[in-house]
Design a protein around this ligand. Sequence first.
Ligand SMILES: Nc1ncnc2c1ncn2[C@@H]1O[C@H](COP(=O)(O)OP(=O)(O)O)[C@@H](O)[C@H]1O
Ligand SMILES: [Mg+2]
Length: 281
Amino acid sequence: MTTPQTVTMTIPMTDWRSRFGFHTAPFTREIPVAQRFPLPFFDEVLTALFRTVDQRNSAALIAPSGTGKTALLRALVDLLPETRYRVHYVKVTDLSRRDLCREIAAVCGAQPAGSYPVLVRRLQECFLATMTDDAVRPVLLLDEAHDLRPNVFGLIRILTNFEMDARLVLSVILAGQTPLREMLRHPANENVARRLSHVATLRPLSRPESHRYIGHRCTIAGATTIPFDPGSLEAVYEVACGNLRATDQLAAKALEVASDNGAAIVDASHIAQARRLIPGS
Ligand SMILES: Nc1ncnc2c1ncn2[C@@H]1O[C@H](COP(=O)(O)OP(=O)(O)O)[C@@H](O)[C@H]1O
Ligand SMILES: [Mg+2]
């Protein structure tokens, strides 16, 4: 009988954050609204969505994954004073009409039970009460709206129709990836599309914006000098093409790689190594 051997492994515990002068991890998803990367086109979209809600209308925000839709919704929530608006956020998943109603009811504090017509009535009552009893305007943010099933679109039309359209009560913001545009163009969804008073979009960052974005994310994480050389900034843009999420993933991984290699600054070779470590990149 052989005695089991104890295998010991040495893991290099270099703290790459302090190596590059960060006081927190850069390129994470949890970016405070106040520290967002400021860009005029983000602000224009934000203003348009704010105006839509202010006019008690509904809108769509349609852009590819990773371009900043959810972050922009968070900025919108931040812009809407709690004294005037009650915002409900629902991340749509592939649900039936009834289950989506239950999901919305749960976030709105309504009882998430009953048949589809009962739930619809309960939701409408809840939104109306928000308006009349609490004197605040209900806003429903439906994120990942490209996942809405075809027969669920009608729910949006029903939820925004109060007293045979005599009253504007609920504002809905549909945020979703590009297939949402085609879904809204479908003749069956014409009634829903007509209820949207604005359709906004976001684009990937340009090359110089991408360079500045990386600098911004490093600065807000505490770095006094940007630990990416010009070649690495170019290399990130070549791979991520200005997509925020792809830029974040690649830049974060490249910092780890550079640190493991004992480098003081990220260069293009670290980006190439990092790319190989990120699935699908
Ligand atoms: N204005 C911004 N400033 C800084 N980082 C941002 C900004 N907008 C988005 N991000 C970051 O980019 C990543 C992708 O954004 P996200 O809103 O999740 O995209 P989407 O919802 O379009 O898939 C997130 O990690 C987020 O923190
Ligand atoms: Mg999102």
